[in-house]
Design a protein around this ligand. Structure first.
Ligand code: FAD
Length: 305
């Protein structure tokens, strides 16, 4: 199908991009990798009057260390011993760049691993972190990763620049906390504490590789070998990705024994309004959430040790 006619602009700065979006508020769309927007326009599910291509905006594609790496967001020099700096990833950074970035592999290997399982090389060469988060597909992989990382999503365009915690960003299927004229500019991941292991487990749709259900887990062990910090993010199971807080609370303070991991995983689906569609029934997704959470927790705890 051919999209409806639209105007096209390719600004050079974030300020210009935002001004263009504001000029046609409600009737303009940012274009990043185009892997979701272009198909939607071709199917005429969205028909923006103006497409604002972010591809030429300077300095939106990078992976950098940032100096607010500690868990509390304090300066890196004040981080506890062993905690290394966090990551700042520009919104237009492609999956491929993230997957192959030595800095991501060193600081947040789980992200590089998970991104390598998204879609296919063509999509990974074009799709961007900003586009994926703004699109908020309920089966997308990155939301689960952003939730366990406790990432902050930096945005511009709503009057003043602000940052939104990942936990508040994903509101519903294809719905985020972004304002109509706001764009994602950067994603910040705090440094991980020492003795932290992570894993991402998904049952992928065979054709697209979207997650029917995906579970990300980060487990930090204390000196005695107990779980001092547990983060579990679930995607694909319901309308929006979310944290499995009941499971996190259960495991925190306990040793990661097989029984404790199983009991935590059994709580991972608590509070999810499971999706029932042609890819899987609600009961199947509930089952997957439990089993994938168990696998992710076992692998994360092993890596932490
Ligand atoms: C065949 C295929 C398989 C796929 N498989 C997977 C998979 O396995 N897992 C997975 O997670 N995803 C998958 N995807 C989706 C893919 O990850 C998309 O690339 C991604 O969701 C959108 O990123 P994009 O950069 O292409 O954004 P675009 O398509 O350009 O934009 C998507 C939406 O986000 C908005 N947007 C883009 N950038 C910004 C910004 N900086 N600020 C504000 N709004 C913005 C656009 O206006 C649009 O509404 C697949 C896609 C295809 C085509």
């Amino acid at each position: 199908m051919i999209p409806a006619a639209f105007d096209y602009a390719a600004p050079a700065t974030v300020r210009e991009a935002v001004a263009l979006l504001r000029g046609r508020a409600g009737d303009a769309r940012a274009l990043a990798g185009g892997q979701s927007l272009i198909p939607m326009m071709r199917m005429r599910l969205v028909n923006p009057a103006l497409v604002v291509d972010l591809g030429r905006v300077r300095d939106l594609a990078y992976v950098r260390e940032h100096d607010q790496g500690g868990l509390g967001g304090h300066v890196r020099s004040a981080d506890p011993p062993g905690v290394r700096g966090g990551l700042a990833i520009g919104a237009m950074t492609t999956y491929r760049t993230i997957e192959t970035s030595p800095l991501v592999r060193e600081r947040f290997p789980l992200l590089a691993e998970a991104v390598a399982r998204i879609a296919d090389p063509q999509v990974r060469n074009r799709g961007t972190i900003g586009g994926a988060l703004a699109h908020a597909d309920p089966s997308a992989d990155l939301p689960a990763l952003m939730l366990v990382a406790e990432a902050r999503i930096h945005v511009a365009g709503g009057g003043r620049a602000r940052s939104i915690a990942a936990g508040r960003f994903f509101v519903d299927a294809f719905t985020t906390a972004l304002g109509e004229t706001e764009i994602v500019t950067e994603v910040r991941l705090p440094a991980l504490p020492p003795r932290t292991g992570g894993a991402y487990e998904k049952l992928a749709n065979r054709a697209s590789h979207f997650a029917i259900v995906g579970v990300a887990a980060l487990v930090t062990l204390d000196a005695a070998g107990a779980c001092s910090r547990v983060r579990i993010g679930v995607t694909g199971a319901g309308p929006a990705a979310g944290r499995a807080r009941r499971a996190e609370r259960y495991l925190t303070g306990r040793a990661p024994t097989p029984a404790a991991l199983e009991a935590a995983a059994a709580r991972a689906g608590h509070g999810i309004d499971f999706t029932d569609d042609l890819h899987g029934s609600a009961a199947y997704r509930e089952h997957l959430t439990h089993r994938l959470a168990l696998r992710a927790l076992i692998a994360a705890a092993e890596r932490a040790g």
